[in-house]
Design a protein around this ligand. Structure first.
Ligand SMILES: [Zn+2]
Length: 166
């Protein structure tokens, strides 16, 4: 009569449970999330291509800024000089101000984009283009093709977004 070994699976239950909840940051290779292969650095040719794209983008954004500035309505100062029937003027000014605010908001975002493009071009000059500014690992070429002015790899970007206060 053979007795089956019972209760063999109950080995230090408390210890294993504890070990599982604790992540070990000292072993990066332990986290194999397979969907992210380690990125290879860009080839010179790829950097060249992206640089040309960034330069074209810089030109385009500058033109866009000029166009926005031309369209921005001038907001006249409404003088409060006594005799005025300035009611109608105020309505005009209000709508002009609204248009202007809208225009300025767009201008602002174009400015920011232009700034990012220019920074990326600076990194091309310095030879640090395509390198994550946080972990200093190569940024995946696919990511750079999608977002040529990316300064962080996707992991660091996600981490940064999680850390941002809402
Ligand atoms: Zn990174």
């Amino acid at each position: 009569m053979a007795t089956k070994p019972a209760g063999r699976s109950k080995k230090n239950p408390g210890r294993t449970a504890k070990a599982r909840t604790r992540k070990n940051p000292a072993r990066p290779s332990a986290s194999r999330s397979t969907k992210q292969k380690p990125a290879r650095p860009l080839t010179r040719r790829e950097v060249e291509e992206l640089r040309r794209f960034l330069e074209a983008e810089q030109v385009r954004l500058n033109e866009e800024l000029e166009a926005i500035e031309e369209r921005l309505p001038e907001v006249e100062q409404v003088g409060m000089d006594a005799s005025g029937s300035y009611d109608e003027d105020l309505v005009d000014v209000a709508s002009d101000t609204f248009e202007r605010e809208k225009g300025l908001a767009i201008e602002n975002s174009v400015h920011q984009l232009l700034h990012q493009v220019e920074e990326a071009l600076t990194r091309v000059e310095k030879g640090s283009y395509g390198i994550c500014q946080v972990c200093e690992q190569p940024i995946h070429p696919d990511r750079l093709r999608a977002l040529p002015y990316a300064r962080l790899c996707i992991r660091c970007k996600e981490r940064e977004e999680r850390a941002l206060p809402r």
